[in-house]
Design a protein around this ligand. Structure first.
Ligand code: ZN
Length: 221
């Protein structure tokens, strides 16, 4: 028998090399965010279990949006004399890992692997000093006020990425980790909306005020 004819057809093209797909995270920095490094951070304690996301609201001065002042505050570049409100926070050195503008633009100031300065005196899920082992997310807004749809979309996407990268077991507001002292993000933040966007069991969320009971159905005659 003749040996089988050598194939003459050109071999199938090698599979195209996969598109360059850089990782979402690099040393605690989230690639889709606009990075603006803050000097206000420090190391986390050795062995810190980063299992808490803390939601805040902020605007400077309160109720004025899109002016860049939050970014300036977190990078110690705010002109304290630019507005009377700033007199009361002169010299404040704070940061958060993330900031989401009213239009849903995402900024990052501190690597999630480092300790940002957003929580202050705080206690949650049986542990104090929440800055040690939490990730802080600031929403541009007024405490107690409403937030914008693009902010919820950006927040849900960010939380999803954080849940995939860190052992997050709790999401809470600043008001929940420092009750009585802090009140943000406040009553205007739609917790059920964020809950609906994420797949986290009920025990991962703060206890929310009971919903108003639905009006009783009219009795049929
Ligand atoms: Zn706060």
């Amino acid at each position: 028998m003749n040996p089988p004819e050598a194939p003459t057809a050109t071999p199938a093209a090698a599979p195209a090399s996969p598109a360059f797909d850089p990782p979402l995270w690099r040393n605690g920095w989230y690639r889709p965010a606009r990075a603006l490094a803050s000097p206000n951070f420090g190391p986390r304690p050795a062995g810190a279990l980063i299992d808490l996301l803390v939601i805040h609201s902020i605007s400077l001065p309160p109720g004025e949006f899109g002016n860049g002042n939050v970014q300036r505050l977190f990078t110690n570049a705010l002109d304290w004399d630019a507005h009377p409100y700033f007199q009361g926070i002169r010299g404040l050195q704070v940061s958060a890992h993330f900031f989401i503008s009213r239009t849903g633009e995402l900024w990052q100031f501190v690597s999630c692997d480092e300790r940002a300065w957003h929580a202050g005196h705080s206690h949650y899920r049986g542990r104090g000093n929440c800055n040690d082992d939490s990730i802080g997310i600031e929403l541009e807004g007024l405490e107690g006020g409403l937030f914008e749809a693009p902010q919820y979309a950006a927040l849900a996407a960010l939380c999803t990425a954080l849940l995939a990268a860190y052992p997050i077991g709790h999401i809470a507001g600043h008001e929940h980790i420092a009750p009585g002292r802090k009140h943000d993000p406040g009553a205007g933040f739609d917790w059920p909306r964020l809950q609906a966007a994420l797949t986290l069991p009920a025990h991962c969320w703060p206890a929310l005020p009971a919903q108003m009971p639905a009006a009783p159905a009219p009795k049929l005659p």
